[in-house]
Design a protein around this ligand. Structure first.
Ligand code: FMN
Length: 252
């Protein structure tokens, strides 16, 4: 059972999660339960060039409208690109240096040491899967730059919302994005959220006709079908144990 899980990067799981591994393997093609959708979603960094049908995207975005939001603000906005417009935008990003100042800080230098350690761990695991040495800055940089092409995903959702929105509404947008990513799993599709693209926030908004004055760009969501053979999609991801994060009080 674990062997099957390991192929998909599911080996390092709590005993509770290990019990789900068989269904998760089946769910790689299409999730049929919420648990399968949650457990088979992972950030995909190598996509096949199989196109993403518009009807599926419309259906998923229609359903995701039912995401909850504080005060029912529904702060999320976005654009989904494929084909020629996506190619043109990516070409512009490739020929433009990252903006300065940043749209927002997505890796705060003051971040907690344990968070820094988790970031380093995911980087180490991901580059090891690709046989890229720790000191090989050029190869790491080249891989990071593949964010511009959204790792070959045939469709990308660009996410933005009014600048007046505060932390509660950022969280609403996050819920909307997770809803979308899980619904896409149900359709056999995969994703990678990409805050990297915020380095080109102004360029992206300009391309989409979205006001930089009124709107902040959050992230892209790469959408497509995973390349199951590419080891970058199969490394072992880590999570903190439940007891270090959650208290259960008052239960018998
Ligand atoms: C809001 C957000 C932005 C992210 N931005 C990037 C990104 O720019 N590039 C990237 O390769 N991964 C990005 N990720 C993926 C995270 O690294 C990933 O979610 C984390 O390591 C956990 O792995 P998993 O998604 O495979 O479970 C992002 C994830 C989130 C939620």
């Amino acid at each position: 059972m674990l062997e099957a899980g390991a192929k998909y990067g599911l080996a390092n799981l709590s005993p509770l999660t290990v019990a789900f591994n068989r269904t998760i393997k089946r769910a790689m093609n299409k999730a049929t339960t919420t648990t399968e959708a949650v457990m088979s979603r992972r950030s995909i960094r190598s996509f096949s060039d199989r196109p993403v049908p518009l009807e599926i995207l419309q259906q998923v975005m229609e359903t995701a409208r039912w995401t909850p939001s504080g005060c029912n603000f529904q702060p999320w906005e976005g654009a989904i690109l494929t084909g020629e417009p996506l190619r043109q935008l990516q070409e512009k990003m490739r020929n433009t240096p990252p903006q300065n100042p940043q749209e927002y800080s997505w890796s705060d230098p003051e971040v907690l040491p344990e968070c820094k350690a988790r970031l380093q761990q995911v980087g180490a695991d991901m580059y090891a899967a690709m046989n890229i040495e720790r000191g090989d800055k050029a190869a790491r940089g080249d891989f990071m730059a593949q964010n511009i092409a959204s790792f070959g995903a045939p469709a990308v959702l660009m996410v933005y919302f009014p600048r007046v929105m505060g932390p509660p509404q950022w969280s609403d947008v996050g819920m909307w994005l997770q809803t979308i990513m899980l619904l896409l799993r149900e359709q056999g599709l995969d994703t990678c959220p990409q805050e990297f693209l915020s380095m080109y926030a102004k360029l992206i908004k300009d391309f989409l006709g979205v006001s930089d004055e009124s709107h902040i760009f959050f992230c892209g969501i790469a959408i497509g079908y995973r390349d199951e053979e590419d080891p970058v999609n199969g490394f072992d991801r880590k999570r903190e144990p439940l007891e270090s994060k959650i208290q259960f009080l008052g239960f018998q």
